[in-house]
Design a protein around this ligand. Structure first.
Ligand SMILES: [Zn+2]
Length: 347
């Protein structure tokens, strides 16, 4: 048995199409009236988009139904699937809490409501029947004003039992016009001791070397080894881990062929930069974490030894994994004790 850590999964993109379809059937049939059957919906929901912007549009469909009332419904199904089908021992779930608050409220009222969302997600993520260590990453958003993003950092600092870090998301081409704000927000997060990751170097529009010093992990970051390999020694020195999500780059039109990732892995291994393999939006892609692993092996992008190195890196760079070791050593201890007892009974 292998147990995995998932470091980059969006709450909005984590709902598999079948669960979303069932939810619409039960509660919001108007949203699926244009599809005559499930397979049409699945095709619409999972098909590749031309750009990152088009792809991110789909998140709004799910965000619209993920409210304080419905979040436990979706999170229960997410954890059940992650435990049963993905062997996850650890999951960091990320989202922008502001976008789960009611749109008709004022900005200040919506900011005040965010704490409730974090608590609901935190409580819903604790399921004794599907035991996975979970924590939340709160995403600042490129389209949200400074005050909201700053409130998201405050919320992360005030809810450490549920939240392990902050991120920035929402399309990496939009950071440039407010770069000073992002730097000051990340400085603020670090000053409060909040851990950091950020969606950068995902597309060729998202390459911001000035943000790199503030990040403890790099969301995607594939353009660093592809286009700016001269930055890799610095990334290695800072012990920053790349969160690489293979299926995403095909769905967003960022890469044309998954084999282009071979250069990403080869250059990172050579430079001593860790990679955690992640799903990003496992539901939207309909691709679970073990299949991401298998695809990389199938296309000879990595070998088994490199896969295991990435799986171990995921636990090492996890912001809230509570144990010193990777679960393989915990399991070894557990299984060895049992086999000794079994031998004793036999004797
Ligand atoms: Zn992402």
């Amino acid at each position: 048995m292998a147990l995995y850590a998932e470091l980059h999964r969006h709450l909005g993109g984590s709902v598999v199409p079948r669960v979303l379809w069932r939810y619409f059937e039960r509660h919001a049939t108007d949203l699926i009236s244009r599809f005559s059957e499930y397979s049409e919906f699945e095709d619409f929901y999972t098909r590749p988009r031309n750009t990152l912007d088009e792809y991110l549009e789909l998140h709004t469909l799910v965000e619209s139904v993920q409210t304080v009332e419905t979040l436990p419904y979706f999170i229960y199904r997410l954890l059940r699937g992650a435990y049963i089908f993905e062997n996850l021992a650890y999951l960091e779930l990320r989202y922008t809490p502001y976008l789960r608050t009611p749109e008709h409220l004022s900005q200040n009222e919506r900011i005040d409501k965010m704490a409730e969302i974090v608590e609901v997600v935190g409580k819903a993520s604790h399921l004794p029947e599907y035991p996975i260590v979970t924590s939340q990453i709160l995403c600042m958003h490129s389209r949200l004003p400074f005050e909201v993003n700053r409130a998201i950092i405050d919320l992360a600092a005030q809810n450490r039992q549920y939240v392990c870090a902050v991120d920035v998301a929402g399309g990496d081409r939009y950071y440039a016009e407010r770069m000073d704000e992002w730097i000051s927000l990340y400085n603020y997060a670090r000053s409060l001791g909040v851990k950091t990751t950020g969606h950068v170097y995902e597309t060729t529009d998202g390459c911001y070397p000035q943000l790199l010093p503030y990040l403890m992990r790099i969301g995607h970051g594939i353009q660093i080894p592809l286009l700016y390999p001269e930055l890799l020694p610095e990334v290695a020195r800072r012990k920053q881990c790349l969160e690489v999500c293979p299926t995403t780059y095909l769905k967003t039109g960022t890469l044309q062929d998954i084999r282009q990732l071979k250069l990403v892995f080869d250059r990172c291994f050579a430079a001593g930069v860790d990679i955690a393999i992640c799903t990003d939006n496992a539901g939207l892609h309909n691709v679970r974490l073990p299949f991401e692993y298998e695809t990389l092996l199938t296309y000879d992008i990595i070998n088994f030894q490199q896969l295991q190195a990435c799986q171990e890196a995921a636990f090492r760079h996890a912001f809230a994994w509570p144990h010193q070791q990777h679960p393989v050593s915990l399991l070894n201890g557990l299984l060895n004790v049992e086999s000794e007892q079994f031998l004793a009974v036999q004797a």
